[in-house]
Design a protein around this ligand. Structure first.
Ligand SMILES: NC(=O)c1ccc[n+]([C@@H]2O[C@H](COP(=O)([O-])OP(=O)(O)OC[C@H]3O[C@@H](n4cnc5c(N)ncnc54)[C@H](O)[C@@H]3O)[C@@H](O)[C@H]2O)c1
Length: 112
């Protein structure tokens, strides 16, 4: 499975390492606004990017969203719209309105 990680802080770096350590998963890309954080989590084989749009353009089966809470919905929605599965760190969002993207799981057959 090809996986990308958004947000390479405490949690995102752990997620990225777990993906890299698992022979059944491939870390494709890591996105963080801090280039050094993205690069460190990406390791030698994955792409490190600072822009969400470029990150989401990569061919991936699933995206792990580990960015700050107020940015969860943008990353989750972008991944779902591209047909990717999503693992989002809790809580999903600040408001009920911001989690309205979960309705996309029905027509796209993808999961949050
Ligand atoms: N730390 C925990 O114990 C814990 C537990 C449960 C859930 N969470 C959740 O996990 C998420 C991440 O928490 P954390 O502790 O790793 O935070 P963190 O502050 O350590 O990491 C967040 C990362 O996101 C990056 N970032 C900021 N803006 C960005 C953007 N526009 N695009 C991409 N990356 C961006 C930051 O540079 C930073 O590296 C949060 O939503 C938090 O609520 C954390």
């Amino acid at each position: 499975m090809r996986i990308g990680v958004v947000g390479a802080g405490v949690i995102g770096a752990l997620r990225a390492q777990t993906i890299r350590d698992n022979p059944d998963t491939q870390l494709v890309a890591v996105c963080d606004v801090v280039p050094a954080a993205a690069k460190a989590a990406a390791g030698p084989d994955a792409m490190a990017v600072t822009e969400l749009a470029r990150f989401l353009d990569q061919p991936m089966d699933a995206v792990f969203v580990s960015s700050p809470l107020h940015l969860h919905d943008e990353a989750c929605l972008g991944a779902l719209e591209r047909g990717m599965h999503v693992l989002c760190e809790k809580p999903l969002a600040n408001t009920v309105e911001a989690v309205s993207y979960t309705h996309l799981t029905l027509p796209t057959n993808r999961e949050v």
